[in-house]
Design a protein around this ligand. Structure first.
Ligand code: ZN
Ligand code: ZN
Length: 334
């Protein structure tokens, strides 16, 4: 998804002017749509089929501690790669990190199979720019009213939008990333990182069980099932948390918090907090709101591997807080 060819069709409504030259903010071409369809089938549909196959494979090879450990550890490291690396570091620049940390986070995020880092960042910055309005790649709120419209919106935002969508111009949306040669190199190798994320658990499974069945079981549980689980958790932020949940902070879109899912989402489910303060490395904003992604950033900072960790001031949070009657309540505590 990274090597972008010239567009053959560009919607005229979406230009920005740089000097006297109009620059396209999104690109749409048959070549890009072919890549999107391939990515959708390989990394979004295949994990569903793989999960079904993994369940069927249980009759041949029962699940053991090894599979559970592979599923859990690969889910945690790739999940943190997405939330801490892709999201909080590369998209929103909420902290700075040592080059080694930058590289590891980019690789772990890539292994999740949710797109190369440059494409992911460009798409997510577009989401923040157009949230729940025309141009948002995955809003659940633009498919009409009524139950049918809401269900159509949820299906689109959760999953179906990835089949075919306008591609945000990375020159416009991710100029900082494409200037970083090391990061572009990681992005170009995206398919290899995903393959590595599948090969590693297969290798461990094969070694532990000393059999091909063990390798297949490792591939299933540490690879495809893990991708399936993480993908649906991350996609639920795009779909359900732009429709259901609490809304403690003023923000112009329909983002919501789902605190009960905080641990499961590594802190991503504080989505209204995040839209209200996208420059904050903490999504929970308070110590008692669980935010494993922020815990990792704090640990990295303690070890001198991360710095300039940004958080909004108490005054800023108070100013954006909505009171129980729906009006801004600058005097309430955050
Ligand atoms: Zn964001
Ligand atoms: Zn959002």
């Amino acid at each position: 998804m990274v090597g972008v060819r010239p567009a053959t069709h560009v919607p005229e409504s979406d230009f920005e002017t740089v000097g006297s030259t109009p620059r396209k903010k999104t690109i749409s071409s048959p070549y890009l749509h072919r890549l999107q369809r391939r990515h959708f089938l390989l990394f979004d549909v295949l994990p569903i089929a793989g999960t079904a196959a993994a369940l069927a494979f249980l009759t041949v090879h029962p699940i053991g501690v090894t599979e559970l450990a592979l599923l859990f550890s690969m889910w945690v490291v790739t999940g943190l790669g997405v939330t801490v690396g892709y999201h909080r570091l590369f998209t929103h620049r909420t902290f700075k990190a040592a080059p080694s940390v930058v590289a590891v986070l980019a690789v772990l995020g890539s292994m999740a199979g949710q797109g190369g880092v440059v494409s992911w960042v460009a798409l997510h910055r577009r989401h923040h720019e157009c949230s729940d309005r025309e141009g948002d790649p995955h809003s659940p709120n633009l498919a009409g009213g009524g139950l049918k419209g809401r269900l159509r919106g949820l299906a689109h935002s959760h999953f179906l939008w990835m089949r075919r969508h306008e591609y945000p111009n990375v020159v416009h949306y991710a100029p900082d990333l494409i200037r970083n040669r090391a990061l572009v190199r990681v992005a170009r190798l995206y398919y290899y990182w995903v393959a590595l994320g599948l090969a590693l658990p297969a290798l461990v499974g094969g070694l532990v069980y000393q059999s091909w069945a063990g390798a297949v079981s490792g591939l299933f549980w540490g690879g495809l099932v893990r991708m399936f689980v993480l993908e649906h958790i991350i996609w639920a932020i795009n779909s359900f948390l732009h429709m259901f949940g609490t809304h403690p902070y003023e923000s112009r879109e329909n983002s919501r918090n789902g605190g009960i899912f905080a641990l499961l989402t590594f802190g991503e489910s504080w989505h209204n907090n995040h839209h209200a303060f996208p420059d904050s490395s903490s999504f929970g904003l308070s110590w008692y709101r669980l935010d494993p992604g922020y815990w990792l950033i704090k640990i990295l900072a303690l070890g001198g591997l991360a710095w300039d960790v940004k958080r909004p001031s108490e005054e800023r949070m108070k100013a954006s807080r909505i009171s129980r009657n729906g009006k801004p309540a600058p005097s309430t505590t955050a």
